[in-house]
Design a protein around this ligand. Structure first.
Ligand code: ZN
Length: 241
């Protein structure tokens, strides 16, 4: 029978994308106040801007994940029409992924074990030549975060595409409610957000909300909060046998 560590009734992982400056300025200090650890799926530009602070965050127990080098997404978005997954081959996306792992290794001294799909997309090419790159990801990472979908029981987790619950623009009540449901169900809930700023960021979680949510988490003895890689390792090693 599967059990979470230390008699916890559920697991929660917080993840943030793109290495945005607001994560360094507000988000990480908030996690540090409550001695909680999160996963950050970084991009080279954001990493460069706050190089020494990212190194400090990783040393302090936060997890650094791969989010590719140049964040290719569908050309249907304005920001990616010149870097569209429709124009990528599997070889090219593989270079994006391995290049980002090389960069992370050169900065932090170890290769990332988790990945987040840019825009939650999992395929490259168009029409008949459209191909999933999930197999490439499965070969290289312990777990990869997608988006959408409900939190899962440990037995049901798809490590090649973890369901994730959006924190961007959510309220404290919604986020605590989602964790209470995960606790009732014995599930692993993975959160995903972008900016972490005071007020109401348009693509992000309000710092006030994040603070209230983390305070709540820190007070629950039966909620296990850990980075994605750590929960994935625990789940995989405790599922079998
Ligand atoms: Zn992203």
């Amino acid at each position: 029978m599967f059990e979470w560590p230390n008699n916890a009734r559920c697991a929660v992982s917080f993840s943030f994308d793109d290495a945005r400056a607001s994560q360094i300025e507000f988000g990480i200090p908030c996690f540090d106040r409550y001695e909680l650890k999160a996963t950050f799926f970084v991009l080279p530009n954001g990493l460069k801007q706050n190089h020494s602070k990212w190194i400090e965050a990783e040393k302090n127990g936060h997890e650094i994940g791969n989010h590719t080098l140049s964040h290719p997404c569908s050309g249907k978005y304005d920001f990616s029409k010149n870097n569209a997954t429709e124009d990528y081959s599997l070889e090219q996306i593989q270079q994006e992924i391995d290049g980002a792992s090389d960069l992370i290794e050169s900065v932090f001294g170890q290769r990332p074990k988790v990945f987040a799909y840019p825009c939650c997309e999992t395929a490259v090419g168009t029409g008949d030549s459209r191909q999933s790159y999930i197999p490439l990801i499965r070969e290289r990472f312990v777990a990869a975060r997608g988006g959408g979908g409900e939190p899962c029981l440990p037995e049901e987790v798809n490590f090649g595409f973890l369901n994730a619950t959006r924190m961007d623009t959510a309220t404290t009540g919604e986020l605590i409610g989602a964790m209470e449901l995960a606790r009732q169900g014995g599930q692993w809930i993975v959160f995903l957000a972008h900016d972490t700023e005071p007020g109401s960021p348009s693509q992000g979680v309000s710092l006030e909300v994040l603070d209230e949510v983390l305070q709540w988490v820190s007070q629950q003895k039966d909620v296990w909060c850990a980075p994605i890689g750590e929960v994935a390792d625990w789940t995989k090693s405790h599922l079998v046998g």
